[in-house]
Design a protein around this ligand. Structure first.
Ligand SMILES: O=P(O)(O)OC[C@@H](O)[C@@H](O)c1c[nH]c2ccccc12
Length: 276
């Protein structure tokens, strides 16, 4: 299979994301040489029923809760080693008991120390729909995501051309998977609105300096049309932060580091679910 990088990559990429994506191309070439796309498509078709990711978020919000996507990751470029010992299954059970709507599991290895096993273990331990958090650049990875059981994928608009994002979304839709389109600014938001997905993630982390500022969601969430669902991502730490996100129109949130650093993950997650 030809997995040459397209020549239409978005022109100016922040350094870290550019490096991650460069490495990701190498990884995808290697992995797809080991398991060709036709075989991965077969595995995706055999992967068992999808869980309704968007539906779970809408259900939580309709019941007056915060739609929490609770994240499972061992490490991150900005946070270093976040949780050790680290048990994806135990975390999944705690998040579910706390009333989280969905899970997000990092599978990227070089930067986040994630693996596909983390996703498989977490999903098997609960009934929640699961987002595969990785850097999607090629359709092969979307089939791979479904094959490992994922119910949703992330598309980072800053790292994709419109044509790439369209193509990846189409593959995800053909597999009945949800898409979370992630944006950092007005321009990326406008591009994301060209996709069909209702889930628009506003990432509070500045890609250049890697610091978070939840005012990003306060600026962008009000610009998200009423037929879409804004999801505030990154840097959310306190019930007060959650209320600020909800006031800005984002009743769905994606939280990782704060929860993962708590000894009692379940209570911390419950406090966030009920903060709205
Ligand atoms: O750990 P935090 O600050 O609560 O953030 C979670 C999530 O938003 C963050 O992990 C994230 C958002 N978009 C990403 C893209 C790639 C990797 C990671 C991410």
């Amino acid at each position: 299979m030809n997995v040459a990088a397209p020549d239409t990559i978005v022109p100016v990429l922040p350094d870290t994301l550019a490096r991650i994506i460069e490495e990701k191309w190498v990884e995808v070439r290697e992995r797809s040489a080991a398991v060709p796309q036709a075989e991965m498509e077969r595995r995706a078709a055999d992967a068992g029923p999808q869980r309704d990711f968007t539906g779970a978020l809408c259900h939580a919000v309709a019941e007056g809760r915060i739609g929490l996507i609770a994240e499972i990751k061992r490490a991150s470029p900005s946070g270093g080693l976040i949780r050790d010992p680290f048990s994806p299954a135990e975390l999944a059970r705690s998040y579910e008991a706390a009333g989280a709507a969905c899970l997000s599991v990092l599978t990227d290895t070089p930067w986040f120390q994630g693996t596909s096993e983390h996703l498989i273990e977490a999903r098997a331990a609960c009934k929640l729909p699961v987002l595969r958090k990785d850097f999607m650049i090629h359709p092969w990875q979307v089939f791979e995501s479904r094959a490992m059981g994922a119910d949703a994928i992330l598309l980072i608009m800053a790292g994709l051309s419109d044509a790439q994002a369209d193509e990846l979304e189409e593959v995800a839709r053909s597999l009945d998977m949800a898409v979370l389109a992630e944006v950092h600014d007005e321009r990326e938001l406008e591009r994301a609105l060209g996709l069909e997905t209702r889930l628009i993630g506003v990432n509070n982390r500045c890609l250049k300096r890697l610091v978070t500022d939840i005012a990003t969601t306060e600026r962008l969430a009000p610009l998200v049309p009423a037929d879409r669902i804004p999801v505030a991502e990154s840097g959310i730490r306190t019930p007060e932060d959650v209320r600020r996100m909800a006031m800005a129109g984002a009743r769905c949130i994606l939280v990782g580091e704060h929860l993962l650093r708590q000894p009692d993950v379940e209570s911390a997650a419950r406090a966030m679910v009920q903060a709205g």
